[in-house]
Design a protein around this ligand. Structure first.
Ligand SMILES: Cc1cc2nc3c(=O)[nH]c(=O)nc-3n(C[C@H](O)[C@H](O)[C@H](O)COP(=O)(O)O)c2cc1C
Length: 418
């Protein structure tokens, strides 16, 4: 039995049941998402820090113009006036998504990972614009992430594509799902798919920094299936977090999963956005190099490599140009930590910012090495080259390994000659 014995049905369309999860700030690139769609699965792009991503891909100037506009706030801890221009947000979003969707081939689809926690100093207004522009640009599906998304559906209920775009939610407990569904039922707009993310995932976690290891994906997944059955709801449930082999994936499909969402295996693919040397760090990581900490300013725990440069950041907050994590009112816990560090700094000592990191800058510069728990196993998935570096597999190598491997085997990519 392998993954290819199953198909995922979402909104009347059939897919190979493999979804590549969204990985913020262009780790899940256009190219990675396109590879999944080409092979009949689903690939995600993410709209985290999309203006910066646009500037890098298209040489636009969204960030530099915003930075210039708000330059007078660069040394001011009060960022309440540093607001996004909603038309610019929409323009960046459309540009990036149209660019991605226009290159789509194959029978799969491309969805957007859209994090509610990306509050941009005006959470509701900016979220509405992001989702609206994504639908205008032709995105196939919206995966609502990083938050309870209680009112998110309300924001887009008047959009002409509200009932045709595929909508999914990422949750880590039955409780969070029940809260979301209450509103969805009221709007008569149930999600087409539910992603259950367990404690071994990468990025932010829906568990406590100290108790994540007391939860496990299979238990939560089974609880979600039972809850939906009790409610009489037939919605595909897609587990995510720690599904490392095709056999792991097929086991979930046999238990009743609609598909699986995977990400860590793809972080080292040629198509992923991380710089090549950073991919080597992921491949060389040992289990003890992977930690869950509270350095993120979102208030959620995050998993990352201990060598992540962000953990040593003492840079001035970069909100004038970025500011994606400013809460309404212009607050961010890194701003507080940074100015506290300046106040406490002893003469002649380097500045050391405690506990928090400037996540916007870190993610934009690929300095925040967030990763899944199974990152230490990536070395099992590829070949060591003659030059002592690891070969980077293609997204297709990894996708087909998930689709066809059995018996916990992992098909290594065809060796590259260096
Ligand atoms: C490097 C990395 C970055 C991630 N970033 C995001 C993100 O921006 N938003 C999100 O909802 N999930 C994010 N995730 C979670 C994945 O989309 C996915 O659900 C999860 O990692 C799957 O588990 P696996 O990595 O063990 O396969 C990220 C995961 C990784 C590995």
């Amino acid at each position: 039995m392998n993954v290819d014995n199953f198909r995922l049905q979402i909104g009347g369309k059939e897919y190979v049941p493999i979804i590549i999860g969204g990985m913020g700030v262009n780790i899940s690139t256009t190219e990675l998402a396109l590879a999944a769609a080409k092979l009949g699965g689903i690939g995600h792009i993410s709209d985290a820090i999309v203006s910066y991503v646009c500037d890098r891909i298209f040489n636009t100037t969204f960030v530099s113009r915003k930075r210039k506009k708000y330059a007078q706030f660069s040394n001011n801890p009060d960022k309440s006036a540093v607001l996004f221009d909603l038309e610019e947000v929409a323009a960046a979003q459309k540009k990036y998504i149209e660019y991605t969707i226009s290159q789509k081939t194959g029978s799969g689809d491309i969805f957007l990972n859209c994090m509610e926690k990306l509050t941009m100093n005006s959470g509701i207004e900016t979220l509405k614009v992001r989702l609206t522009a994504a639908m205008d640009a032709g995105i196939d599906g919206l995966t609502l992430a990083a938050g309870l998304n209680l009112r998110t559906l309300d924001l887009i209920q008047d959009h002409p594509r509200f009932r045709d775009v595929k909508i999914g939610i990422i949750i880590s407990s039955v409780r969070a799902l029940a809260i979301f569904l209450k509103r969805a039922v009221r709007l008569n707009r149930l999600p087409e798919y539910i992603i259950v993310e367990g404690p071994l995932a990468g990025g932010h976690l829906g568990f406590g920094a100290n108790d994540w290891h007391t939860f496990d994906l299979k238990t939560i997944f089974t609880e979600v299936l039972a809850f939906l059955k009790k409610e009489g709801l037939n919605i595909p449930v897609i587990p995510a977090g720690g599904i490392f082999t095709g056999t792991d994936a097929a086991d979930y499909l046999q238990l009743g999963a609609g598909g699986v969402q995977v990400a860590t295996r793809f972080t080292i693919s040629k198509e992923a956005g991380l710089p090549a040397e950073v991919k080597q760090n992921y491949l060389n990581a040992k289990e003890e190099d992977i930690v869950v900490n509270m350095a993120s300013t979102t208030g959620y725990p995050m998993r990352m490599l201990t060598s992540s440069p962000t953990l040593r950041y003492a840079i001035r907050p970069n909100c004038e140009g970025l500011g994606y994590l400013l809460e309404n009112g212009g607050k961010c816990s890194y701003i507080d930590a940074y100015y506290a560090a300046i106040a406490e700094r002893e003469a002649g000592q380097p500045l050391a910012v405690k506990e928090k990191t400037c996540l916007c800058t870190g993610m934009a510069n690929y300095d925040c090495w967030t990763c899944g728990h199974t990152t230490y196993r990536l070395k099992e998935t590829t070949n060591m080259l003659a030059n002592g570096k690891w070969q980077l597999p293609t997204a297709e190598d990894i996708f087909l390994d998930y689709q066809f491997s059995t018996d916990q085997a992992i098909r290594l990519p065809k060796p590259e000659v260096t």
